[in-house]
Unconditional design. Structure first.
Length: 521
């Protein structure tokens, strides 16, 4: 949510400037469209467009509701930003996947650099600058490279189980620590403490908050009034500038926090394989005059990785716990499967995965049921285009509404229900080989961290199910507390805290865990 802005005095002046810009842009578009119509959409108000029609918390509801009136591809304007919202997976695939040479760019975000997020290759324009960074990232995170992280992911899962045994009510914080520890290990080879680790804390502080300004309703506002980001922080009403400065400082601290650790490890020869060591090996092959650019790209990749991984995986595991609390029968059924395959005298391993289709279906259904990235990341059209007779203007922001796609009743009957069986045939075999495409985005910008994410989520989900039960919390009279789930807002959406109880399954305690861990190493 955008911080409340004290900007009435500047608003009128700025609106008149925008009015000129809008009139000019619309006139140009009319001329360039060759008479073809824009996709249908709400008319909106003069100047502000449809900005005030959006759901205050979750814009994807409004976007989806527009489908009933305007169809699956909706054109809307927010201030001077034009947007095409895609509510169907087929259209998203047709445009963002099949015509990815035209739809791989990102829209301009005025807040990006002032907030300290200039490092993020997830947000830069499509071109060589992005390509170099994505290639470096891919080198460490491609499907056939991530298996090398499995032993580390297993050991972090053991820590997660120990943390939850010790303090079950703090499971959300333990999940966040689990994911941060994995990311720190992959990026820096850093062995984070299971609790209160300084580097994890710095990272968490840097990641929380700024994501909320990079929202579809936030961006047009900030893009239209970029000077608000640059006001002196002492200026009355300079809330946005203060937020930006704080975020910038936090990102700076995060960027340098791991360096002393890495230097020490390098000097004494104890650095473990990581993205950084991978990159340093490659640095040796880089020509002298290109080394500085390569190092800059590596720094961007490191920080983007930490950012990309920061909330998404935790959010998915929280959705899983929510689903288990709401559906005890599904939880029990999964535990029967787990007990049959893993037994009750060891911890789950990656090699169990193929034998656990029901657990796999739970994971896929978690990702479909409440997509943690409900509107993905915006793309933009590099050149004007035509789709099914509609004109798509160059530079228009394209939003693929994953949440609407997850609610497609013809693909997912009773879509708002959590039903792992939708991914299984009558014999209990999986009918798909992964979550639906909209979960991880589209085309050349599709999430490149999905294989690492998938492994980290699967082993945690499986280990938690095998060893804990998830229930609704009880009131003073011992009755279960019913609740309606609510979710955070922003690019990453996760369940708000809900009344729950996590208890170890019979026979599982710290002694047993220590025994199993010893036996598995
Ligand atoms: C459940 C977990 C995750 C989900 C649901 C998710 C989802 C997404 C989505 C929807 C996008 C935008 C795709 C598009 O533009 O169409 C994205 C981009 C990205 N993700 Fe993920 N992600 C997850 C985990 C991760 C992890 C663990 C990492 C890092 C290790 C990561 C790194 C990135 C990066 C770097 C991009 C930007 C790609 C680019 O612009 O070229 N993600 N992710």
């Amino acid at each position: 949510m955008i911080p409340t802005l004290d900007m009435h005095s500047t608003l009128i002046l700025s609106l008149s400037v925008i009015a000129v810009v809008i009139v000019d842009r619309l006139a140009r578009k009319k001329r360039a469209s060759g008479g073809l119509p824009l996709p249908p959409g709400p008319t909106g108000l003069p100047l502000v467009g449809s900005l005030f029609s959006l759901d205050k918390r979750d814009v994807f509801y409004t976007y989806r509701d527009w489908t009933a009136t305007y169809g699956d591809m909706v054109y809307a304007r927010f201030l001077n930003e034009e947007m095409i919202i895609i509510n169907s997976e087929k259209i998203a695939v047709d445009l963002l996947d099949k015509r990815s040479n035209n739809y791989s760019d990102r829209p301009f975000l005025a807040a990006l650099k002032p907030y300290g997020w200039g490092f993020s290759f997830a947000d830069v324009n499509y071109g060589d600058y992005w390509r170099i960074r994505r290639k470096l990232f891919h080198h460490t995170f491609r499907a056939d490279a991530v298996a090398k992280f499995q032993p580390m992911q297993i050991s972090k899962v053991h820590q997660l189980l120990a943390n939850i045994l010790e303090c079950p009510e703090d499971y959300a914080a333990h999940l966040e620590t689990y994911n941060s520890c994995i990311t720190m290990s992959i990026v820096y080879g850093y062995d984070a403490k299971p609790r209160d680790d300084p580097l994890v804390d710095i990272t968490s502080k840097a990641m929380h908050g700024p994501l909320k300004v990079f929202t579809p309703e936030g961006c047009p506002l900030v893009n239209a009034f970029p000077f608000l980001l640059r006001l002196p922080t002492w200026f009355p009403g300079a809330t946005l500038a203060r937020h930006a400065r704080a975020s910038h400082d936090n990102i700076q601290s995060m960027g340098v926090a791991a360096i002393p650790y890495m230097e020490k490890k390098m000097i004494n020869g104890t650095a473990v394989p990581s993205l950084v060591t991978d990159m340093l090996e490659r640095l040796e092959e880089v020509e002298a005059d290109k080394k500085a650019a390569f190092e800059a790209a590596v720094k961007d990749v490191m920080t983007t990785t930490v950012a990309g991984a920061s909330e998404t995986t935790t959010a998915t595991l929280l959705v899983f716990i929510l689903a288990m609390v709401l559906h005890p029968e599904i939880q029990q059924r999964a535990q029967v499967h787990l007990d049959a395959v893993v037994g009750r005298d060891r911890l789950p391993e990656f090699s169990d995965r193929e034998l656990l289709p029901y657990v796999e279906a739970i994971l896929i259904e978690c990702m479909r049921w409440e997509p943690v990235s409900p509107i993905g990341r915006p793309h933009t059209a590099t050149e004007s285009d035509v789709y099914e007779g509609y004109y798509i203007p160059k530079g228009v922001t394209i939003v693929a509404n994953a949440w609407a796609m997850s609610r497609n009743e013809s693909a997912f009957p009773n879509a708002s229900e959590f039903k792992p069986e939708r991914w299984l045939d009558a014999e209990g075999r999986l009918t798909v080989d992964g979550p639906p495409g909209f979960v991880f985005g589209f085309g050349r910008r599709v999430c490149p961290g999905r294989w690492a994410a998938d492994a980290g989520i699967w082993i945690a989900l499986c280990s938690l199910l095998a060893n804990f039960e998830f229930h609704k919390a009880k009131d003073a009279k011992g009755r279960e507390i019913d609740f309606v789930p609510t979710f955070t807002t922003g690019f990453v959406r996760m369940p708000d805290p809900f009344p729950s109880r996590v208890v170890a399954r019979p026979g599982f305690d710290s002694e047993r865990l220590a025994q199993w861990v010893r036996a598995s190493t």
